[in-house]
Ligand binder design. Structure first.
Ligand code: DUC
Ligand code: ZN
Ligand code: ZN
Length: 489
């Protein structure tokens, strides 16, 4: 009779704060013991000598089975999306339940559960995308949903179909502050992009490479600064997602230096691609288009600096999978201009290996930073810690066993998403997770999947510490209460 369901022996166990050597014993999906030379037997034992064992990755920015603002459906459903995540060492995903205008948030959440429950192979939570902050949404639906475990939401400052006004942002931030949710912001100046795009297209410059010109750096910088200013007014924490450019990074850094609760996220495309990748014949360059766009090598360096010095808390995939065809990336075929292209690149499977190879192996970040950026900080920021994001007794047994010496050439045919291409085709990677364990189940081993459809579980998120205000709203707001005005939150 076995004492444990699984024992991983002789592991170099890495958490965000230290590395130790020892064994990990798992019972009923949870880590039961961590020590050298665990006595007793496992029903299954893995010798991890020479390998690193890391907390399973958490990808807190992925679009799965989601319709874009233009109504284009993602190429990955909750099966292919989570299978692909698992093969890349990720054991928890936090995709979006996306409200489009006119939709009830309650119904949106119900629909995403119906999509995920029968298909997901790893655990998942949901952020909400809020595009329609009606009195019903702000007054009833969001407070109730936050209590039910949807404690973060993304809002857009651009896209006609998605954007909220500054006024609406303040409403949403004030609500999040009061109810204990974290607001994630897509920060780009809508009118700058529209104006540039209009003039580019009018002059016949509709090719994908012009996407990077329309989405000017200053549009990201301005919106980042404005978003942070709005957060300051109402003393609400905020996370800026998919940050790509130098000035925005510096703005986030300076806000953090002032003690504000402003967090930053970046993604593989901003360390591994540049705008030059979009410069291809015809509409081919669309395969590399995402928003904000990849910039240049100076911006890549600034992103690395932000990953190193802690300006960025999370490294997420922003997996936005669209096939390169008329139902996906290029809705009008060869006639598609950058304005109609579906926005986004796939990356859910290469996220961890790319950062491991480019970051840890090349000495840019430490193993501990890698764990923080790809797992622990996601759990902390979004209310899943310590159940997720750490290798500790009592935590879920979500583990990735890494072969740091494994050489891999990225080929789409070897990945498990449903996109049909990867923007990283042919890249050489060193290090890949060869065994992936989700709640004690070995879901990937030596290139094979061993997980049932629907075996992933929904994770309600607690109201995270990251969302707690500092208690220092702008002086004018404080003054309002002194002269007897009704408190705004
Ligand atoms: N924003 C995202 O978060 N993902 C893809 C495209 C976009 O605009
Ligand atoms: Zn976005
Ligand atoms: Zn995204």
């Amino acid at each position: 009779m076995a004492d444990y369901d699984l024992i991983v022996r002789n592991a170099k166990i890495v958490n965000d704060d230290r590395q130790i050597e020892g064994d990990i014993a798992v019972k009923d999906g949870v880590i039961a013991a961590i020590e050298p030379g665990i006595k007793g037997k496992g029903r299954r034992e893995i010798d991890a000598a020479g390998k690193f064992v890391l907390p399973g990755g958490i990808d807190s920015h992925a679009h799965i089975e989601q319709k874009s603002g233009f109504g284009i459906m993602c190429a990955d459903d909750f099966y292919s999306g989570t299978v692909s995540a698992a093969f890349g060492g990720t054991t928890t995903v936090i995709p979006f339940a996306a409200q489009h205008r006119g939709m009830s948030l309650r119904q949106v959440v119900k629909d995403y559960h119906e999509a995920a429950t029968p298909k997901a192979v790893i655990d998942y939570a949901f952020h909400l995308i809020v595009t329609d902050p009606t009195p019903q949404a702000l007054g009833q639906d969001l407070p109730a949903l936050i209590r039910d475990g949807y404690t973060s939401f993304k809002i857009y400052m651009t896209y006609d179909a998605m954007k909220v006004s500054d006024y609406q942002m303040l409403d949403i931030l004030a609500l999040a502050r009061k109810e204990g949710a974290l607001v994630m912001v897509h920060a780009e100046n809508h009118d700058m992009i529209q104006w540039l795009a209009h003039h580019l297209i009018e002059q016949g410059h509709g090719a994908p490479k012009f996407h990077a010109i329309a989405h000017a750096r200053v549009a990201e910088a301005e919106a980042t600064n404005r978003a942070i200013s709005l957060a300051r007014l109402v003393d609400a924490p905020m996370l800026i997602v998919h940050v790509s450019e130098i000035e925005a990074i510096e703005t986030i850094r300076q806000a953090q230096k002032k003690g504000l609760k402003i967090y930053g996220e970046t993604c593989p495309q901003y360390i591994a691609l540049t705008a030059d990748d979009m410069d291809k014949p015809g509409v081919q360059g669309a395969m590399w288009c995402c928003s904000p766009p990849p910039r240049d090598s100076a911006a890549q360096e600034a992103v690395w600096e932000g990953l190193k010095d802690g300006t960025f808390q999370t490294f997420s995939s922003d997996h936005a999978p669209y096939q390169f065809n008329e139902g996906g990336k290029i809705p009008k075929g060869d006639k598609t201009t950058f304005k109609e292209m579906a926005n986004g690149v796939p990356g859910i499977e290469i996220r961890l290996p790319m950062l491991f190879s480019e970051g840890v192996q090349k000495g840019r970040i430490t193993m501990q930073q890698f764990v923080a950026l790809t797992s622990t900080n996601h759990a902390r920021l979004y209310g899943l810690y310590p159940r997720k994001g750490t290798i500790a007794v009592g935590s879920d047994a979500d583990l990735a066993i890494w072969d740091a010496d494994k050489d891999v050439t990225i080929r789409w045919k070897d990945l498990h998403d449903n996109v049909g291409y990867t923007p990283y085709e042919g890249r050489e990677i060193k290090g890949w997770p060869t065994v992936v364990v989700s709640r004690g189940r070995i879901v990937v081993e030596d290139g094979k999947l061993n997980a049932e459809r629907g075996s992933g579980q929904f994770l309600p998120c607690a109201s995270p510490d990251s969302s707690k205000p500092l208690g220092q709203a702008a002086p004018e707001l404080q003054a309002m209460s002194r002269f007897g005005a009704k408190p705004l939150f």
